[in-house]
Each structure stands twice: as C-alpha cells, then as structure tokens.
Design a protein around this ligand. Structure first.
Ligand SMILES: [Zn+2]
Length: 305
C-alpha cells in the first residue's frame, strides 16, 4: 500500500443500503440502493429497469446532458438519471470514492429536498477502507468562467473550500453569502439539511412541462409573494445559499474525484457548476491528479471486505 493511513485510501460502503421515495419532477415512486464497488470504479448509476449492458452511467461531468432545474446524466444508449446532486454531495462529503447506485427509474428520490437523509443512509451503511490510494484533483492555476451575470472560478488551495454568493430580488432571499471549508463534519452540521427551493409563480409553467409534479412542502422550500409558505418555515435563515452550496458540492463531484481547490461562485446553478468542470478539464495544465490526500471521516469505518 502507498500509505498505511486509512484516511488516504479509497473508500466504499461497508454494506448495501436502500432508500424509497419519489422523484420531484416526475413524481413517480423511486427506490435507490447504494452498493459497495471496486477500487477505482468511482460513482456509477445503474438503471435496474433497463436492459443490462446499456443501463450504466458513470457520474461524470462529460455525461451531463441537462442542467436547467437539476443535473441529468446520460450514457448515450437511452439511459438517464436526474437529480443526483444531493446524493453526490453526501458521497463527496463523507469520502465515498466508489459506489454502484442501483435505481429503478430515471429520477433519484428527492426525499426531504436536502442531503440529510442521504447522510443518514450512508451512516447506516458505514464505510470500508480499500487497498488503494484516494485520487484527488489538485487545482494548479485559476480557472474562471462567466455566464451573463453569473460567474465562478477555481483557485489553488490545499483544502476544498467554497465561497458562494446569491442575489435574488425576492426579499425573503435577497443577498446571501456562505463560506465553507468542506469536510464531513462541516457538511453535516452546516449544509446537509438545507433544502431545495422554488417559487409559486413558476409552479403552473413547470407542471405544464411535466416538471415539479412531485414537489411539495415535504421536499422543498416554497416561496410565494409574501415569503416562505412552508408551515415550518426555514431550517436556517440563509437556507437558500446553503442549498446552492450543497448543489455546488454535488455537481463538482462529477469531476470523478474530490477537487482540492477554492471555489468562488456568484449566483451559481447546475449549468454554471458543470461549466466550471468543463473549463477545468479543458486546460490540462490547470490541474493534476494527486494520490493519497486524506479526507476526514465522521461515520464509522468498518473493515474492508
Ligand atoms: Zn439542489
């Protein structure tokens, strides 16, 4: 082994775990099972309702086909998986390098609209240390992209850090800023519970397009003209920017490995997050693979199978 410190090695799940829910857009029931996977296999989705041999989709940036309301990946053989970003954020934060994710339809269950239940599920599974060094992606020089009034950049840093700004005209959101040094503990206490959000004024148009059909107070913060409509209100005063940060963490894990660098983003969304990855990987000199960088753990590790 390159290093005896288990924190520097790859991890998978210690055992399979299953979640039941429904898709926020299609509204259909969905069952998802996370399985252990081999060293170096990364995060791969497998559509159990489609024929074997063409039902696997690696959770990678070059597989992204849609980013308007959620992130959608496809394999070019008819299989797609949408709304994977909250699960991807939980996998990234806890240091899961390899997992096979079995899903019985096109949409990952939305659960409560945050990553809190994905964290609970991963806690239930536990992690297994694997006999290979973790691969990370170290940012070597700045990468910057703009899209109208949105922009994002990646800068060299020894940790995975995020500085996110949002600016909405709705007074209940307004301008919000959040900074995070990402590790399992900070994600668990500050980010995981932040829910996705949407506006009442958009609901009719979305539903006419077959979207948001599974959306409700149970899985989203719903904003009307007078503010938040959910009976329980917000989980954090700045829940909106925390959720944008959650999405950013999940989308950037489509790099295929943890990124060591500082992400600075203004008004980020799925399209901007994926565009940032495209810009990073378009410049071979902007990054290098790094083996054996430690990741902190906050859930029990079990012996490797
Ligand atoms: Zn989200």
């Amino acid at each position: 082994l390159p290093n005896s410190d288990p924190r520097t090695r790859q991890h998978t799940l210690a055992r399979p775990v299953t979640a039941h829910g429904h898709g926020i857009h299609g509204g259909r029931p969905a069952t998802l099972t996370l399985h252990p996977a081999a060293v170096g296999s990364g995060i791969v989705f497998e559509r159990s309702d489609l024929p074997a041999g063409r039902n696997c989709i690696p959770a990678r940036w070059h597989r992204v086909v849609e980013t308007r309301l959620c992130t959608v990946i496809a394999n070019g053989r008819g299989a797609t998986v949408s709304t994977l970003e909250h699960l991807m954020a939980a996998l990234r934060a806890l240091g899961v390098d390899n997992a096979r994710i079995e899903l019985d339809g096109p949409e990952v269950p939305i659960l409560d609209g945050s990553a809190a239940q994905w964290l609970a599920l991963l806690d239930e599974a536990g992690l297994a240390t694997q006999p290979a060094a973790r691969r990370s992606i170290r940012v070597l020089h700045p990468v910057r992209i703009t899209d109208g009034d949105k922009w994002a950049m990646l800068l060299p840093d020894d940790a995975a850090r995020f500085c996110i700004d949002i600016d909405f005209s709705e007074p209940v959101i307004g301008r919000q800023h959040y900074e995070l040094s990402l590790d399992a503990a900070s994600f668990r206490s500050q980010i995981a519970a932040a829910r996705t959000f949407g506006f009442v004024r958009d609901i009719d148009a979305l539903r006419a397009q077959g979207l948001a059909r599974g959306g409700s107070f149970d899985n989203a913060v719903v904003i009307g003209t007078d503010g938040v409509l959910n009976p329980g209100g917000l989980r954090f005063a700045d829940e909106f920017v925390r959720h944008k940060l959650l999405d950013c963490i999940g989308d950037l894990y489509l790099a295929g490995a943890p990124i060591l660098g500082l992400v600075v983003a203004s008004r980020p969304g799925h399209a901007l997050n994926v565009a940032l990855l495209r810009a990073l990987f378009a410049q071979r000199s902007a990054w290098q693979p790094e083996y054996g960088s430690p990741a902190p753990f906050a859930i029990p590790r079990r012996l490797a199978a």
